[in-house]
Design a protein around this ligand. Structure first.
Ligand code: TXA
Ligand code: MG
Length: 339
């Protein structure tokens, strides 16, 4: 673990050396920590899949330093796609574009498209620049676990599996980037994230949200949705998402189950936005920032595990703005258990 808050240049230099030599390193971005390798080196990229225990058919996002570099990785880029990239980069936005033949199959998971992102985090950009490579990087968690938003989360999952973890403090966004398909005439959100549907619509005039995203928000949709074949973002605790038309209805549902569990001597907790905390009296609540509920979501799930919580009740948030990304993640962490 190298603390970049104290000695950024030396840490970046060492990590860049590892990337150049075909190794893998964990590094901070503004969304979550990434586990990076030289995107043009298939053997290096394979090490990422091994370290994470990640299924081979799940493609990786390639991180670049300059917008012009997109053309080395992607082709047939539409004017709309250029506009979107200029608008949302650097930032938590991943453009899915037709890939160049030179992109290794192991990166694209066998698809003919590639996800590309130009991150905003200064340390991430320094690392890409210093290595002189494009960096393929998924989130730096073990496959299936909540994404890491602090270096110690990476350490907990990856110790002994990777040579370097760069510690750049906690990630500002706290949820992964918005993955947006820009190969057609209308942008399609494949995974909601830091750039909201409203922001994309404002820029493009129109936006579609993939049925897999909304499907995940409906009850019982899990079997039908192919993207759902892998477990995601799950803590050890069992997560249950309470939904309803108003906050009092939701709170009532949670309280009745919570109190039964407590009488049965179970270790339970509630996750809700800070402004709803008062609804739960003296019960155990982990509060999320009401303005930015995504930021603390993954760290709270990990924290609940550290406290050996058995069941987490999640008070659903509105599915607009960043709330869509929050609900998309928590519904998966709950393996679609809603009530
Ligand atoms: O914020 C982020 O995006 C972070 C940081 C490290 O940049 N990365 C990240 O990567 O979350 P990962 O691998 O954990 O999630 C990438 C998601 C996966 O769901 C993958 O299936 C999807 O993006 N994806 C990647 N390339 C794609 C493509 N060509 N077409 C469709 N989906 C793609
Ligand atoms: Mg991930």
């Amino acid at each position: 673990m190298i603390n970049l808050m104290e000695k950024p240049e030396e840490g970046i230099r060492q990590a860049a050396e590892v990337i150049k030599n075909g190794g893998i390193v964990a590094f901070p971005t503004e969304t979550v920590y990434g586990l990076g390798a030289d995107a043009q080196n298939p053997d290096a990229v394979k090490k990422i899949f091994e370290a994470k225990g990640r299924p081979q058919d799940n493609p990786l996002i390639v991180h670049i330093y300059r917008i012009e570099d997109v053309e080395q990785l992607a082709k047939e880029i539409s004017p709309l796609a250029w506009n979107m990239m200029r608008k949302f980069w650097p930032g938590p936005f991943t453009a899915v574009l037709k890939k160049q033949d030179s992109v290794p199959d192991v990166v694209s998971g066998g698809l003919d498209t590639i996800g590309i992102r130009l991150p905003e985090n200064k340390l991430a950009r320094e690392l890409i620049k210093e290595s002189g490579k494009f960096i393929a990087a998924p989130s730096a968690n073990l496959s299936g676990k909540p994404s890491p938003t602090e270096a110690r989360h990476v350490y907990d999952d990856m110790k002994g599996r990777i040579p370097i973890i760069l510690d750049g403090g906690s990630c500002e966004v706290g949820l992964e980037s918005t993955v947006c398909d820009l190969t057609g005439e209308i942008p399609v959100i494949l995974r909601p994230g830091g750039i909201t549907p409203e922001m994309i619509e404002e820029e493009a005039g129109i936006v579609k949200i993939s049925p897999a995203v909304l499907g995940g928000l409906k009850k019982g949709e899990n079997a039908a949705s192919p993207g759902m074949k892998y477990k995601h973002y799950a803590p050890k605790a069992k997560v249950l998402v309470a939904r309803g038309n108003d906050i009092n209805t939701i709170a009532k549902k949670i309280i009745s189950r919570y109190d039964i569990d407590v009488r049965a001597k179970k270790r339970v907790a509630i996750i809700c936005p800070e402004s709803y905390e008062r609804l739960y009296g003296t019960r155990k609540v982990f509060a999320l920032d009401s303005q930015n509920p995504g930021k603390g979501l993954f760290s709270t799930l990990r924290h609940a595990d550290e406290e050996n919580i058995e069941t987490i009740y999640f008070h659903a948030v509105r599915e607009d703005g960043l709330g869509l990304a929050v609900m998309n993640r928590i519904i998966r962490a709950a393996e679609f258990r809603t009530f």
